[in-house]
Structure formats: C-alpha cells, structure tokens
Write a protein that binds this ligand. Structure first.
Ligand code: GDP
Ligand code: K
Ligand code: MG
Length: 293
C-alpha cells in the first residue's frame, strides 16, 4: 500500500472559523480560538497521522491589511501559505462577501492546486440562504469544490477530511509519525495565556500583549512554568494585574486548567507582568517572539 502525505493550508478572513476547523481536524486544541480578530498571530501546524497517510494542516492569521510591523509579519505567514500547499482550503462564513484583498482573491481563483471552499457556520443559516450562498461561491470561485460545514458542530468535517486524503499526493511522511505539531511546548503555554487575555480584557489591551515562557521544567509529576506577560505601557500593566491582582489571578487559574488538560499533567503556573516599550514595532523584539518570516 502506498503512502500519501501533503500540506493543507487554511486561509480566509478573520473570525470565519479557521482555527476551530484545524482543531476539529487534528482533534487537539492547538490553535487558540476567540471571537476576536487577530487571535491567531502565527502560522501553526497541526499534523494528522494514519497508517498510510500524513496530513500537515497549517492554520494562518486572518487576512488583514497590515497597520504595523507585527501585522506585516502575520501577512507573510499567510502569503507563504500559497507557496507550499498541496491543497488549499479557503474558508468563508455564511453571509460573507468575497475577500476585499483582490491580489489574495486572484491567487485563490488561479491557484494551480485543488481548492476546497468551506462555507462555515451553516448552523447559523437556513436552507434557502445556504443554497443562495453555495450558488454565489460557485460563480465567484469556479475552480473550488464547495463544502457547507459547521466547524463548531463538526458537521461535514469528516467528509472534508476524507476528500483531503483523496487529494493528497503519494509521498513518504514529512514529519515523524508521532508528531502533532511543529511548535515547542512553550509556544502552547504562551498561546493559552494569550487566549485568556483576549477573553478577559477589552479594547486595545490584548493587542499590546506578548507572552514569553521563561521557564518550563517538567518532572514525572508536575510541570513548573514561569511566564512573563509583556505590555507596552505602565497603564496597561496596571490593567492586566487588576485590583489586588484579581484580574491576573483569573487569567492564571484558567490558563493553568487548560494547560493541565493539554499536557495531561499537573501544572504550576507563575505569571508576572513587565513593560517592554513598543515591542510590536521593534524588529529585533519581533524576531525574538517568533515573527521572523
Ligand atoms: P479564525 O479567526 O478564522 O481562526 O476563527 P476562530 O476559529 O477563532 O473562530 C471565531 C469565532 O467563530 C469563535 O467564536 C468560534 O467559536 C466561532 N465559530 C467557529 N466555527 C463556527 C461554526 O461552525 N458555527 C458557529 N456558530 N460559530 C463558529
Ligand atoms: K478569531
Ligand atoms: Mg484563528
């Protein structure tokens, strides 16, 4: 029996459900999910292994017009998603119009690889609207196969997965067959904490934050983690910590619970806040945080 393997890249507007889909396909919470745009900042690989196949998914940040250097780097993650894929997943949601960025949109329509257009969030629509939307996208992206899905409810997701396997080229695996992702453990710690900050703070706070796990010590029983929450200004530091430290404590408690599930082990999590001016527009700082493409 021959082996199949390949890269499947997921692109689309912010908040259409790209990260939800990747997690559903991979069966792990690799990519953080919130209702806010720019939740995903990096390109994250999720690997699904079978006896005779390996699919390497990559979740990407939503397509936006870059306003500062970090966002520019985020868009480079998206651009590279066209270059190395065997299958392209273009995700849209019910009621959405076509991509505003014409250059991106043309790349999809003229892609030389199979394009699967996933019309997501159909749990939010009725039959009539669904049929109208499928027709709209058929005309808009004639080269795509269209799949109405709900990533959240896992509706039609197994069918999408089966089709991906059919489309994969014959190839040996690219990664060891027990590997789930390309990111180190510390990355998932950072992301878990960032997700809680996205959930609990409003306005510009989440966008001014970067997390760095300074210590990750694991023994048989427990993982001891120390992470620093970097903000740009003193006022933001005060907001993150909150009255008598209550806000930061909440972040810590929830992140720790998620990390215990993720690592399947007891976790001790220590967090503190540090001011690091303008990390978002400083190239050297960005490299340090992994925005180095
Ligand atoms: P991304 O920005 O494209 O990665 O989108 P996320 O995966 O972060 O999801 C954005 C929001 O849409 C979250 O609140 C998800 O729970 C929600 N969402 C994702 N898929 C579905 C779906 O199939 N149905 C509904 N109703 N909501 C969804
Ligand atoms: K999101
Ligand atoms: Mg995302």
């Amino acid at each position: 029996m021959s082996h199949k393997a390949g890269f499947v890249n997921i692109i689309g507007n912010p908040n259409v459900g790209k990260s939800t889909l990747m997690n559903a396909l991979v069966g792990e919470r690799l990519s953080i999910i919130t209702s806010k745009a720019q939740t995903t900042r990096h390109r994250i690989l999720g690997i699904v292994n079978g006896d005779d196949f390996q699919v390497v998914f990559s979740d990407t940040p939503g397509i936006i017009k870059p306003a500062y250097e970090m966002q520019e780097s985020m868009m480079n993650f998206v651009k590279s998603a066209f270059e190395d894929a065997d299958v392209l997943i273009y995700m849209v949601e019910i009621g959405e119009q076509a991509l505003k960025d014409e250059a991106f949109f043309n790349k999809i329509v003229h892609a030389r690889i199979p394009v699967m257009l996933l019309l997501n969030k159909i749990d939010n629509s009725n039959q009539e609207q669904l049929e109208e939307q499928v027709q709209f996208w058929k005309e808009k992206v004639p080269n795509a196969e269209i799949f109405p899905i709900s990533a959240l409810k896992n509706f039609n997701v197994p069918e999408v997965f089966a089709r991906i396997i059919e489309l994969l080229p014959a190839s040996p695996p690219f990664y060891p067959k027990d590997q789930l992702t390309d990111k180190p453990e510390r990355f998932f710690v950072n992301e878990t904490i960032r997700e809680k900050i996205l959930l609990h703070y409003s306005k510009e706070i989440p966008y001014a934050v970067e997390i760095e796990t300074e210590e990750f010590l694991e023994d048989d029983k427990i993982i001891r983690i120390r992470a620093v929450i970097m903000v740009e200004r003193d006022t933001q530091k005060g907001i993150i910590i909150g009255h008598k430290g209550a806000a930061l404590k909440k972040v810590g408690v929830e992140a720790r619970a998620d990390l215990e599930k993720f690592f399947d082990k007891q976790v001790h999590l220590e967090t503190y806040v540090k001011v690091n001016k303008d990390w978002r527009s400083n190239e050297r700082q960005l490299r340090r945080f992994g925005y180095n493409q």
